[in-house]
Each structure stands twice: as C-alpha cells, then as structure tokens.
Design a protein around this ligand. Structure first.
Ligand SMILES: Cc1cn([C@H]2C[C@H](O)[C@@H](COP(=O)(O)OP(=O)(O)O[C@H]3O[C@@H](C)C(=O)[C@@H](O)[C@H]3O)O2)c(=O)[nH]c1=O
Length: 185
C-alpha cells in the first residue's frame, strides 16, 4: 500500500508480504509503481548505516541544490524513528513528520528533495537502508540542528530514547533553521 502523508510529497510504502510455510516474499521496490504512484525519479545510490547503541541520533541532513536528494528509507535490522523536516519555501517550512520503521514492519518512507532527514534508533544494532536520487556531494552536504527552534512553532519532538551524546561532532554543531531558509527556493 502506498499512502500520501499530510505534508505534500511525503509517502509511506508498505509492500505486500506473501507468506507461506517458509516465511514471506516481498517486492520491496518496483521502479514502475514508484514512478506512477509516488515520484518520477531515478535512484542512483543506496546507503546503509549501522548504529550500535539504542538511542543513536543522526541528522538532520540534506544536500543543497543542484545535488538535492530524495530518499527512500527503510530499516533492515532493529527499529528506528525517522523524521523529515520541510525546508521548502511556504507555509510548511519547518513542519515535520516522523514514521516508525522496523525490520519487522517493512515500512518505507519517501522523503523528496526539499526536506532535511534524521533518525534515532530504538534498538541496538539497528541498520537503516536508503536509496537516494543524487550522488553524495560532500561540498553540498548541509544540515540543521536536531533541536532547532522555529518562529512559527516548536521544533522536532524526538522520542525519549534519543540520546544527544551519540551525535557526531558535525551534528552537534549544525545551524539553526533560519540559516537554511531559501536554500530550496
Ligand atoms: C552520506 C555519505 C557519507 N559518506 C562518508 C562521509 C563520512 O566519512 C562517513 C560518515 O558520514 P556522515 O557522518 O555524514 O554519516 P551519517 O551521519 O550517517 O549521514 C547520513 O545521515 C542521514 C540522517 C542521512 O539522511 C544521510 O543522507 C546521511 O547524511 O561516510 C560517504 O562516503 N557517502 C555518503 O553518501
């Protein structure tokens, strides 16, 4: 099932699992269905990271144009809380949406270009996997503070398990949201 979410452009995908005595089989990605029902994009790179400790936080990250990335995110071991923050100009700027992704639920979260992305793991040894629509471009790597404030409302409410001590040095020093206004204009 493919479901649009309240922030335009965001979707969840819950691929069918065909169960039998052995377990299950699932088509976890189909270019044709994705292009027809979600977004007409091409994925060029697939990333995986392992986070050893429950409560590990990564983000909030994005690449700036012309290297902006759409991300199709899933969790292939353990479980995590995944968040997208809208950086597109307009009334949705700064709004966010989070999804629970786990190896068990098989859910995928589509985050188009124009959003910052981050997550926090809920179990030890959690593995996130995501396809992206543009190659890694270190000179266009950008971020937003995990605890950003926002003139029109609060920032992201992270789950209780989220442990800021696990943030990378880079992510401890990401900027406030006002500094990224206009990046995707
Ligand atoms: C993102 C990325 C990093 N790297 C390298 C750079 C560095 O040496 C090492 C770790 O990079 P980072 O600390 O940026 O990894 P990490 O903090 O896991 O970064 C990721 O966070 C999540 C939230 C995202 O949305 C991703 O797009 C990505 O930004 O991997 C690549 O070689 N290719 C890549 O595509």
């Amino acid at each position: 099932m493919i479901s649009p979410l309240s922030l335009s452009g965001l979707f969840t995908l819950d691929p069918v699992r065909h169960g039998d005595d052995r377990g299950w089989f699932s088509e976890v990605f189909r270019t044709d269905k994705f292009r027809e029902q979600v977004a007409d994009v091409t994925f060029v790179q697939e990333n995986r990271s392992l986070s050893q400790q429950a409560g590990t936080m990564r983000g909030l990250h994005f690449q700036t144009p012309p290297h902006a990335q759409g991300k199709l995110v899933s969790c292939i071991a353990g479980s995590l809380w995944d968040v997208a923050v809208d950086l597109r100009p307009g009334p949705s700027f700064g709004k966010w949406h989070a999804e629970e992704l786990s190896a068990q639920n098989g859910r995928q979260f589509w985050i188009p270009a124009g959003f910052a992305h981050g997550f926090c793991t809920r179990e030890p040894n959690t593995v996130i996997s995501y396809k992206v629509t543009a190659f890694y471009a270190p000179d266009h790597d950008a971020g937003l503070a995990w605890d950003f404030g926002h003139a029109d409302g609060a920032g992201v409410t992270w789950p209780e398990i989220a442990n800021p001590d696990t943030l990378s040095a880079k992510d401890r020093n990401q900027p406030e949201i006002e500094t990224v206004r206009g990046v995707f204009a």
